[in-house]
Every structure is written in structure tokens, then in C-alpha cells.
Design a protein around this ligand. Structure first.
Ligand SMILES: Nc1ncnc2c1ncn2[C@@H]1O[C@H](COP(=O)(O)OP(=O)(O)OP(=O)(O)O)[C@@H](O)[C@H]1O
Length: 301
């Protein structure tokens, strides 16, 4: 396998089993720097893959490079370049929120002053300022989770792994995290996040990968993935909301206008909408589930 300087992650023929349970099977993946989302049903192996990439667990088959380093052989070096937020809060319960933040900042080589500045900023963003002086053992589960995320964002490592970062977060904290992710990405940090929330992948990621049955079964931008399960259609409904007709379209203004002109010479419809598949439907179709029919509608006329 050849490695290019500008690649973030390169995986070739990766397999991982727990006993006779084959979780990852001959997985190939190349990712450039950017924000990437890994989607997959429960148990697909998302955490397993993130843990291998962040050198938390070993692999035996295949080749893996993260920032050009082998997570097994170059563990120490790699861990200085990445940060990881797992599904379970890993902060130290005996320290206060602020002490945890400062410790993480210093681990990543920030000066004491910069660590405090960033800690105050992030504790504020995640509404933990009032609890910053309290021992983490007294925090609620949601507060620990927010602190864990804030701590992983304190420095600007080359790559941050966020394993289901917004699970258990309230709406405001989720928005704060999304904002922080964008700021870090603009500053040059790459992000690999796993998520169960398709909206999160859609909003944040440059590229989305769908993990199922041990391998990546689809990847691309949200529009590219939507295209895979069929493009847009023009739908005509009568006054009572019944579907009269559905016509495939490329989705371009000229194509829609051409169809509408042809239609205007025939039947009259109460409403005309352009419907695109949702990421939800794409995901369900790719992973063999049944889609929930929450269509995004764009009014065309
Ligand atoms: N240490 C372990 N020992 C044995 N089996 C494991 C271990 N860790 C994970 N597994 C199994 O491997 C499979 C993949 O688990 P993993 O946590 O990687 O999936 P996931 O896609 O992250 O799931 P979720 O969305 O539910 O978090 C699951 O069937 C899980 O039970």
C-alpha cells in the first residue's frame, strides 16, 4: 500500500474479530483531511473501527495508517496527534471540571495560560462554568459527557475522533458541539465522527461512510448518497392531497420547468412539489431496513 502525505486515513484489507464474531471484514478505506461521518446500525463495528484507528485496540489482519502512522507500531507518536471522545465519559471524577480541562490542555502541550483561556471558553460553551470548581464525581451523566467532549476539543490536534458525541446531549449542547467542530475544522483539524443521527452527518460531514456487514457499503457526500437511491421526482397532488402523478427529474431548474410546461397542457394539479430522498431513506435502503417516509419537500410551484 502506498501512502500519500495528504491522506488522513488509509486502510487496506482490515479484519477484526472478537472470538468467532467477525466484526470488520476485509475493509478498505481512504480518507483525505476533512470532516467525515461514519454511519451504521447498532453493532456494525463503528466503535471497533474508531478504537483501532485511535490505537486503543489491536488489529491483526490488514494495513492501517492514520496520519501516515501505524496505530499499533507508532502508538505513542500517534496519540500525541489525535484526541478521542468515546461513548463513555473518561474524565477523572476526583478532579474538578476545570482541573480536568487544564490537565488535558497541558497533555496536548498548551501553555498554562492558553489552557486556562480555552478551558474557560469551552466550559462556557457547554454551560459548565458554574460547576467548573466542583469535583466531577458530583456531576450528572450528561454533565460528565459534556466535560468529556469539551476536554477532547481543548487543543487543536490533527485529528479528533468523536464516537457518537451528541448521544445524551441536550439540543443546546449539541449545537455548541457542532459549532466547535466547524471552528476546529476551519483551523485545519480533521474530524471522524460516528453518529446515529443522520441529520448530524448531513449537516457536518464533507463525506459520509456507511458501515454495514463488516465493510463500507457506500460513501460520498449526502447529495451523492441520495442520488444512489434514485434522484428527485416532481409530484402532483390534487386538492385533497392525493398523488396524481410522479415524474423523475434531474432536479435542475430547466428540467423541472420543461416538465411543468408539458404538464400545464394536460391535467391541472393543486400542488406541485419536488421531492428528494432523505438521508434517512438512503440509510435504510442501503442497510436493508425499512425507510421511514419523512420526505423533504421543496416547493416548486
Ligand atoms: N470487547 C468485545 N468483545 C466481544 N465482542 C465485542 C467487543 N466489543 C464489541 N463487540 C461486538 O462487536 C460488534 C460491533 O460492536 P461496536 O461497538 O464496534 O459496534 P457499533 O457500530 O459501535 O455499535 P453501536 O452503534 O451500538 O455503538 C457488536 O456485535 C459487539 O457486541
Amino acid at each position: 500500500m502506498e501512502y500519500t502525505d495528504d491522506s488522513l486515513i488509509e486502510i487496506s484489507g482490515l479484519a477484526k474479530s472478537y472470538g468467532d464474531h467477525h466484526v470488520l471484514k476485509d475493509l478498505d478505506l481512504t480518507l483525505p483531511p476533512g470532516i467525515h461521518a461514519l454511519l451504521g446500525p447498532n453493532g456494525a463495528g463503528k466503535t471497533t473501527l474508531v478504537n483501532i484507528l485511535s490505537s486503543l485496540i489491536p488489529y491483526s489482519v490488514g494495513e492501517v495508517r492514520v496520519l501516515g502512522l501505524d496505530p499499533q507500531r507508532d502508538r505513542r507518536k500517534l496519540q500525541g496527534l489525535i484526541s478521542l471522545t468515546g461513548q463513555y465519559a473518561t474524565v477523572d471524577g476526583q478532579l474538578t471540571g476545570m482541573e480536568n480541562m487544564l490537565m488535558m490542555g497541558r497533555l496536548f502541550g498548551l501553555s498554562a495560560r492558553e489552557a486556562r483561556r480555552r478551558a474557560e471558553q469551552l466550559l462556557g460553551r457547554f454551560e459548565l462554568s458554574d460547576s467548573a470548581g466542583k469535583r466531577v464525581a458530583t456531576y450528572s451523566g450528561g454533565m460528565r459527557r459534556k466535560l468529556d467532549i469539551a476536554a477532547s476539543l481543548i487543543a487543536e490536534p490533527q485529528l479528533i475522533f468523536l464516537d457518537e458525541p451528541t448521544t445524551g446531549l441536550d439540543t443546546r449542547s449539541r449545537q455548541a458541539l457542532w459549532d466547535e467542530i466547524r471552528v476546529l475544522a476551519d483551523a485545519g483539524t480533521s474530524i471522524l465522527l460516528t453518529t446515529q443521527y443522520l441529520e448530524e452527518a448531513d449537516v457536518l460531514a464533507d463525506q459520509i461512510m456507511v458501515l454495514n456487514d463488516g465493510g463500507i457499503i457506500a460513501s460520498g457526500t449526502a447529495p451523492q448518497l441520495k442520488e444512489r437511491v434514485g434522484g428527485a421526482t416532481i409530484q402532483l397532488h390534487d386538492d385533497a392531497g392525493h398523488l396524481l402523478e410522479e415524474i423523475p427529474t434531474h432536479g435542475s431548474a430547466s428540467d423541472i420547468s420543461r416538465h411543468l410546461q408539458a404538464l400545464s397542457q394536460g391535467r391541472s394539479a393543486a400542488t406541485v412539489t419536488v421531492r428528494r430522498p432523505t438521508l434517512d431513506e438512503v440509510f435504510m435502503e442501503l442497510t436493508g431496513g425499512s425507510a421511514s417516509h419523512t420526505a423533504q419537500k421543496e416547493s416548486a410551484a
